[in-house]
Design a binder for this molecule. Sequence first.
Ligand SMILES: Cc1cc2nc3c(=O)[nH]c(=O)nc-3n(C[C@H](O)[C@H](O)[C@H](O)COP(=O)(O)OP(=O)(O)OC[C@H]3O[C@@H](n4cnc5c(N)ncnc54)[C@H](O)[C@@H]3O)c2cc1C
Length: 449
Amino acid sequence: MNKKLHIIGGGLAGSEAAWQAANAGIAVTLYEMRPMRGTDAHISEWLGELVCSNSFRSDDAQTNAVGLCHAELRDMDSLIMKAADAHKLPAGTALAVDREGFAQTITKHITAHPNITLHRQEVEAIPDDGAPVIIATGPLTSPALSAAIAVHVGDKLAFFDAIAPILYHDSIDMDICWWQSRYDKGKDYINCPMDETQYNDFIDALLAGDKTDFKEWEEDTPYFNGCLPIEVMAARGRETLRHGPMKPRGLTNEHAPTIKPYGVVQLRQDNALGTLFNMVGFQTKLKHGSQTQIFKTIPGLADARFARLGGLHRNTFLNSPSLLDRFLRLKSAPHIRFAGQITGVEGYVESTAIGLMAGKFAAYELAGQTPTLPPATTAFGALLAHITGDGDASTFQPMNINFGLMPPLKTITKYITEKKRGVKKQNRKLTLTNRARKDFADWQTTLPL
Ligand SMILES: Cc1cc2nc3c(=O)[nH]c(=O)nc-3n(C[C@H](O)[C@H](O)[C@H](O)COP(=O)(O)OP(=O)(O)OC[C@H]3O[C@@H](n4cnc5c(N)ncnc54)[C@H](O)[C@@H]3O)c2cc1C
């Protein structure tokens, strides 16, 4: 009990990290600023408060990547999953919880743990007494601590996300789209062509689409030049997008070389595996239903499957792929680890998974042991790899867990996709999750005791 660890933030990630490290015999000091100081979204003093929906999304571990992540969390004795399962509500295949019972259970377990000391205080400076620190202060990290973090990371700490939709490579119809960079400077982009009628219909749909309102405290969200929401650009004039992200210049459609496209949507590779592509310049505040409906009208995307849809929110997060090592430590100051949504994952489940790994990694390190990393074929491994190096740092935005982060079943090339090889969707998911479950169990056997 002479090994000490500071954990800042008693949300989902911080509570999970504290539980894991404390169970490994580490003396954890956990700092939570509520109720002394609130955030714009939390309303209680409970640890692990869910700030919005009461759903942990799909609990189906066979055909859903979020459900798979639930299973891996349960395998690792997750406190958050224990509390969620204890307060489960009827919600079909989703895992929805009674939020008060859930948060109270987490608080009870943390405060009763003999190895955890809870301090209700805002941390304004990163502790520097020689003990390692995990920062898990989430999307609404207090301004004073944000400033202290910025001393280490400079402008690589963002306060708003601006997310363009990301889709699965194998759901793009390459009989309509083609590979080409503008002015033939390589073949790095997939291009979706539109004629004049399709372009005008698309603009009308953007203007008419349902938009999400900002919350009152988000209304000062800045629209940065260069990343305006597409519907805002469309509202500035019908031609604005044709002179911005949808400009057709420097491109020749290889399927119809003599016909000049009127507008082009470009897709750019988003992960090292080449399984995910983002829609370049398509950050948006359209409601998710409208996004799916409107973006599927883009030629070549009629069957698109989206790994995540676009959004714009208040969100404090790091450019993790450039800042963190594979064990979630700041490369420039390895005694500082990050966990939860501040690492650039998105969502309750993902934040918990990163919290769990941060707590375990810190405990192993304090015990002088080096664990192996979870394989990228598992939900834990895929998420961890994405934020600690595999995600593209130049376009990095928060990410949910999805199958596109995992190595595909067969090596895909730019031209031959699993779809074309006839691997059925449902089979593919089942094969991916079976592979993940086996690899996760194998990985657990490699962990030091
Ligand atoms: C408005 C809003 C709605 C959301 N809706 C959803 C949703 O419906 N579904 C979903 O999956 N995800 C949602 N999210 C994302 C969600 O917040 C995260 O997925 C999850 O809560 C992240 O867990 P975390 O532990 O990283 O952060 P949090 O759960 O936010 O925990 C961080 C904790 O750190 C504390 N803290 C902050 N600064 C300090 C400091 N300086 N000192 C001490 N303590 C500090 C905070 O009080 C908080 O308790 C939403 C986020 C926001 C902002």
